[in-house]
Design a protein. Structure first.
Length: 457
């Protein structure tokens, strides 16, 4: 019997591996019926009744979370929000040529956006806290990461929505892509009159929504969902034309905007790299650097402290911009102008830090000493309790149990708390009043205390 050549065996193993991996990545396994999935997404498109009230309350919760800078509250609001429905509906409608679903999804998304911005505007107009904290500021300008999160999050969402067993992926996508906080931030921008915040936040929401819809469209077409049939070929052509126009009008500007976001991210990275690598001098240091991409021309502003750099050196630095891919970028310098001694500056900073730390250390030493005294007093009280019990038994043979310790007594009328010595004694038989008084007076003398609380059992 002829043996299989090694090359052929290798090809067979490779083929089996690819078949195995293809089976692993097969989206048909566990897939819900296409019509059921279309109906499931279509049902979640509508915004009326309970869905609308849930959205309003979720917007209030998210606005409060942004207002108090609470990440946990914002995440909770995003789990409540039903915003994903019409966004995925737009992608589904474009993928199956359903013009009615597309119109319904766009209309409901418009209602949801209007209600969301109106609700958040009302909240931020009446809230006493008007400062913009980090959670608000993070939603005022999209980055390249937001585009990627929206794209891949949308892919995860539609794949999860097409399964027989629905998972928590769709709420997870709503959290990851952060659909609600940008709308709340847009409302904050309107309430405070800051149009830059409004435009930036709405821009972020728009980018997220478009790329979630785009990823839904791609998966719907990849999985070959059945397209809507038309009895009239002319009507079918008309609907396809409308959907194509609307899709292109939405996607082309979004792709262009996303391209601009990527360019800005790359420019910022190169600009920071240039400042870190090129502006290195022994007696001159960078105090601060600001990067302005949208200000024509693109500008890097560097504040220097220490010895002033000569004009020739500044000119050389500007020439090096091209080597970092920073063409059409202006490099401006702000110098201290007085030849500040960096060593002296460092000494002043260290001295200030030392003085502040010294005060903190003193304060902590006082607290530690107070705690040590309290612990020592408790230890002494426990040791004294054993000694007093042994001595008390000599004077009171009927004493069966005895304990002694320190406790806190709250004076509710004077609104103060005092430390009180408490003794617990158990006699058999029950002691007379004279014997009890004798024990109390003896404990006072023994512990050198003016007040003792004696509890008899």
């Amino acid at each position: 019997m002829a043996s299989t050549p090694p090359a052929s065996r290798k090809r067979n193993r490779l083929l089996r591996f690819f078949i195995y991996m293809a089976h692993r990545f097969d989206l048909e396994e566990g897939k819900e019926d296409e019509l059921e999935t279309i109906e499931y997404i279509s049902k979640n498109v509508e915004f009326k009744g309970a869905n609308l009230w849930i959205l309003i309350f979720a917007i209030f919760v998210a606005s409060v979370g942004l207002n108090v800078n609470s990440t946990a509250v914002i995440i909770g609001a995003m789990l409540i929000s039903p915003l994903m429905g019409p966004i995925m509906g737009i992608g589904m409608a474009a993928g199956i040529n359903d013009f009615e679903l597309l119109k319904r999804s766009i209309r409901n998304l418009g209602v949801a956006v209007f209600i969301s911005i109106l609700t958040s505007t009302i909240y931020f107009a009446i809230t006493p806290i008007s400062a913009a904290d980090s959670e608000l500021l993070a939603r005022t300008e999209p980055t390249v990461w937001d585009v990627l999160i929206a794209l891949f999050g949308g892919l995860a969402g539609i794949i999860a929505g097409s399964r027989k067993e629905k998972s928590n992926a769709i709420p997870g996508v709503a959290i990851a892509t952060a659909l609600m906080p940008p709308l709340c931030t847009a409302g904050y921008g309107l309430a405070t009159g800051n149009l830059l915040y409004f435009v930036g936040a709405f821009y972020l929401f728009f980018i997220n929504s478009v790329f979630i819809s785009l990823s839904t469209y791609l998966i719907v077409r990849f999985m070959k969902y059945p397209k809507k049939d038309f009895m009239d070929p002319k009507r079918e052509t008309q609907v396809k034309t409308y959907i194509t126009i609307i899709t292109l009008m939405t996607i082309i500007p979004s792709v262009y905007l996303a391209y601009g976001i990527v360019k800005k991210a790359l420019w910022n990275e190169q600009a920071r790299n240039f400042v870190e690598v090129q502006i290195q001098y022994p007696n001159t240091q960078v105090l601060a650097a600001e990067y302005h991409y949208h200000v024509p021309p693109k500008t890097i502003e560097v504040s220097l402290i220490g010895d002033q750099l000569p004009p020739q050196e500044l000119a050389n630095l500007r020439k090096k911009l091209i080597g970092f891919g920073l063409e059409e970028t202006t490099l401006n310098f702000l110098q201290s102008g007085n030849g500040t001694d960096l060593n002296l500056l460092r000494n002043d900073i260290l001295k200030d830090l030392y003085e502040r730390n010294e005060l903190l250390i003193q304060d902590k030493d006082k607290k530690i000493a107070l705690l040590e005294n309290e612990i020592l007093a408790d230890i002494n009280a426990r040791q004294l309790s054993v000694e007093i019990a042994e001595e008390a038994r000599i004077n009171h043979p009927n004493l069966k149990k005895f304990t002694f310790g320190r406790t806190l007594m709250s004076d509710l009328e004077k609104n103060k708390v005092d430390t009180l010595l408490v003794a617990y004694a158990q006699f058999s038989p029950k002691p007379t009043k004279t014997e009890s008084k004798k024990l109390t007076e003896w404990i006072k003398v023994r512990t050198k205390s003016d007040t003792i609380a004696l509890i008899l059992y």
